[in-house]
Structure formats: C-alpha cells, structure tokens
Design a binder for this molecule. Structure first.
Ligand code: CTP
Ligand code: MG
Length: 187
C-alpha cells in the first residue's frame, strides 16, 4: 500500500468509532472528582474468580459497556451521514463495521481487565501496552468478521500505524481525563 495522506486519513476514520467506544465510559462513569454521577453495576456482579481475586473489577460496568458500544456505533453512523467513511466502504457496510469496532474495543478492554486481575493488578492499576493497545487490536479483529477486506486494505503498515497512533492517543486522552477530574489516575 502506498502511503499517502489520504490513506492515513482513511485509517484514522476507520479507528475513530473504537476510540469513541473506549473513551465514552470514562465520561459516562467518571472515577475522579466527578465520580458517582450515575449508579453503576459491575459486570462481574462483585464476584471473585477461582483465584479469589475479582473477575473483572469495579472499573468494568454494564453502563460503561453498553453506553460505550452505543456511543461508538452512533459516532460511526454519524460519520457515515456526514460522508466520512473509510476505505471506500458503502454506508451499509460501514454501519456494521462501526458496531463491530465498538464491540471489539470493549471485548479487548474486558479481556485486558480479566488478565490484569489474574496477574493481581488492581482496578485502575497499570498494565503497559495492553492498556493502550488491547482495545485496538480486538476492535480491528472484530471488524474483520464483517469486513475481512480490512486486513489487506490496511496491510501491516496500516496496522502498525494504528498501533502507534492509538498508543499516543490513549496516553494523551487519559492524561487529559485525569486533569479534568474524569479519572483518578493519569493512565
Ligand atoms: N468504565 C466503565 N465500564 C466499562 C469500562 C470502563 O464504567 N465497561 C469506566 C470506569 O469508571 C473505569 C473508567 O471507565 O474506571 C476507565 O476505564 P479503564 O481504564 O478501562 O478501567 P480501569 O479503571 O483502569 O480498570 P482496569 O484496571 O480493569 O482496566
Ligand atoms: Mg485503566
């Protein structure tokens, strides 16, 4: 794939619903000074796994999961209405890709928390690389279920570009969320 500014723009459009899906829970269910705005329900029901540690922890709620997927899907749909659709997809395909990107982002997030708890990393604790990239990798994987052509359309270059971009964006936006009281920790 030839690297042009247009191709890079398309890659950014492609991943945006995953970013919205991943970021929305922080704003819907803040943990910093603005905590406790809505009543939330942990997905694991507060229960422990076989190892005696929390299955997912209090940072993974049903409200964050469904709210995040809805916001990601809606943001993709609105991009489509505005004519911002990546990789030459039709609106109909993009509509489903946006949903699967959002579901995948949350699957990656939940998997990350599950692994963190097994490794005895508490909720909100740091798990470098996984915290920043788990959601992107699973989001692209899930999107490929409905649009397998994503693999060759983005190629290795596109995939690594999205990993680098997402790493930077995750670090930056979590720091901002911390500064404005939406998060207790800057990561
Ligand atoms: N969040 C939520 N429900 C989700 C995902 C996230 O309510 N399904 C909210 C929580 O307030 C969470 C915040 O978004 O604290 C930030 O998400 P994240 O960094 O993924 O969670 P952590 O609190 O760091 O927890 P973990 O260590 O399990 O990743
Ligand atoms: Mg975190």
């Amino acid at each position: 794939m030839e690297i042009t500014s247009q191709w890079i723009f398309s890659l950014i459009l492609l991943i945006l619903p995953a970013y919205f899906a991943n970021a929305a829970p922080v704003w819907l269910n803040p943990s910093g000074d603005k905590a406790g705005k809505i009543k939330t329900t942990p997905i694991d029901g507060g229960r422990n796994f076989w190892d005696g540690r929390r299955t997912l922890g209090d940072g993974k709620t049903w409200e964050g999961l469904f709210g995040g997927i809805a916001v990601g899907w809606l943001s993709g749909t609105m991009m489509g209405w505005a004519g911002f659709i990546p990789l030459g997809f039709t609106f109909d395909l993009w509509f489903w890709v946006a949903l699967f990107l959002s579901i995948g982002a949350h699957a990656g997030d939940l998997l990350g928390s599950f692994i963190k708890r097994r490794l005895n990393v508490g909720s909100g604790g740091q798990f470098p690389v996984f915290d920043q990239l788990g959601f992107v990798i699973l989001s692209l994987l899930f999107a490929s279920f409905v649009a397998p052509q994503i693999a060759y359309l983005i190629g290795f270059e596109g995939f690594f570009f999205l990993l680098a971009l997402s790493y930077g964006a995750h670090v930056l936006f979590n720091w901002i969320a911390f500064k404005i009281g939406l998060k207790k920790v800057p990561w």
